[in-house]
Design a protein around this ligand. Sequence first.
Ligand SMILES: Nc1nc2c(ncn2[C@@H]2O[C@H](COP(=O)(O)OP(=O)(O)OP(=O)(O)O)[C@@H](O)[C@H]2O)c(=O)[nH]1
Ligand SMILES: [Zn+2]
Length: 379
Amino acid sequence: MNFDDDDAPPDLIGADETVEVPEEKAKKVPITIVTGYLGAGKTTLLNYILTAKHGKKVAVIMNGHSSALDIEKSLTVNKDGEAVEEWLEVGNGCICCSVKDTGVNAIESLMEKKGKFDYILLETTGLADPGNLAPLFWVDDGLASTIYLDGIVTLVDAKNILRSLDDPAGKVEGHEDSDDHGPVMTTAHVQISHADVIVINKSDLVSGEGLEAVRERITSINELAKIFVTSQSVVPDLEGFLLDLHAYDRVDELDRAGRGHSHLDKTISTLSIPLEELTTNQLTAVDAWLRSVLWENELPGNKAANGPAFEIHRVKGRLFIEDGAEKMVQGVREIFDIFDSPAPSSGDVPRKGKLVLIGRHLTDLDFEKSLLDAVRTAA
Ligand SMILES: Nc1nc2c(ncn2[C@@H]2O[C@H](COP(=O)(O)OP(=O)(O)OP(=O)(O)O)[C@@H](O)[C@H]2O)c(=O)[nH]1
Ligand SMILES: [Zn+2]
């Protein structure tokens, strides 16, 4: 890709040039995290966003490795002998930045130019565990006061993903592992389990059957994610795919979970627990149950003292309350929130709730019984 093709030279924006945003216009900027195993096509996707005509101002933060980008040199300029990050404005109105580590600093310097764009896309390194990153953008203070996490998009390489999921060498770091003899949890697993959207890229390299096998395996890990198939990371359109996901303030996709019970993947699975209308007491019990499970890592009522240590990556739910309220549950790792549904279901929808968990060892313990017992006791 060459940004110098345009007649006008690219416009470098100085790092210290801030734009005054009137208070009432200071809207939160959504951030989408783009993750995916080494070589899955993340940079290809972001390059596509930077060049396609989509009429949106997107700020793209790439992880600094990208040799694919010959703009990288021009991004880091010397200012008073010090290297500073620069934002490069490209032809379609997007801006781009390459950083050594996709950390908080880059986002902070980005926020100073907040009036300038509608979305932020952040490429993680191929080995990143999005579960460690997502909470950074979710907490209610600090950073998240000016940006909010719109969702996590995970690219997978159609040709290599099944091998990556089975490769013990890809074992993810930083997760407690009491049962080393169990099926291994790889970086590919955690990138899929945390995803709101999964892009099966490099579809040109596999047969139709191969693609179906990949799709089945991915769905067995994460039943909630929306799945797209691409070649060269060319996505049909951006909204609902990369942008405007609202993955953390809506739960529209809950209906996808709980249909099949394939445990094709031995490591991570999706569990869907149906819930009748709850009293407010029972709502409190669900909250307490989630605290125990997510914060203490204890399954209430579980007698198997030496059972395998479970791990929950995502929680989503819709709860109907007898007083007429409708609540949503959203969680990533140990952070979760129960809040009023911004778009309650219409009157003719049956008031059947659901709690969906994505994680490890969910099939080895009886989560459903534990939750339903807690709810029953609180009736
Ligand atoms: N055959 C084929 N090659 C692709 C496709 N998408 C990307 N590639 C190639 O795959 C290689 C890796 O793509 P990148 O976009 O750099 O992948 P990445 O996920 O950013 O890689 P890392 O940041 O190194 O983890 C490049 O050579 C791309 O040209 C595709 O759909 N089909
Ligand atoms: Zn890349």
